[in-house]
Ligand binder design. Sequence first.
Ligand SMILES: [Zn+2]
Length: 285
Amino acid sequence: MPELPEVETVLRGLAAHALGRRIAAVEIRHAGVIIGSADEFAATVTGGLIRRLDRKGKALAIELARQNGGPPRFLLLRLGMTGQFVVARRDAPLLPHTHVLLSLDDGADELRYRDTRRFGRLRCCTADELEAIFGRLGPDAQQIDEAQFLAALKNRRGAIKSWLMNQQFLSGLGNIYADEALFLARVHPLTPAGRLVSDAARRLYRAVRKVLDHAVALQGTSFRDYIDIEGRPGNFLPRLRVYQRTGEPCRRCRRPIRRLIVAGRSTHYCPRCQPRRVAVMRGPR
Ligand SMILES: [Zn+2]
């Protein structure tokens, strides 16, 4: 499932291939991936000039300058589980599950949205609507500073794994990078977020930044569906230390990686490198 590094890679691909180009025509083959009226979406996006790209967490916004000189509109893209956004020549064969085609300039190239499981969504919105949508997301995990991160953890009772994945607290992490960051920081995934001692919280902050920067540099992680805008998979998979490595030896201590379920999600960790610290209750006797 695409997380911050994969979405950032798509954004960089769009910057290289689509920035400054005009969306000449829109073809919607499956209206279920569009939020709101598909006709209105097509009418608003058609003719838009791709002027700027923005991202918060896993949400990608394409600013469209309009031909009529009216206020810009924003094409908001969420890749969901299996969404792919690629640039292709118009005569390239159309793969199954291609739901939206945005043809560029003279129509020789197009952006194609493909999504086998159809959890991803495209939406056209105004600047105010975009601000409200971004406003509901917590700070971007690549932008947040340490003080903000530490403050956001305070008094949170849930497991740190769930906290890391809750987009209202911190936007951008999903299952892969949450597990990887917890391993790097040597924090057990079930530790209550608000109980992390300050050393561990700081280690976790640095681990989040480090794992995201590293994954962005390697164009993200591909298991099955994720590809970049030119159709290439990411290169981070061999660098994973715990995610989907249940039973394999820890790269640090050789103990087998274990799996448990936290808030309904598979969680991978090393029992030796990420020990669960039992809080000692001290009360009056
Ligand atoms: Zn280990």
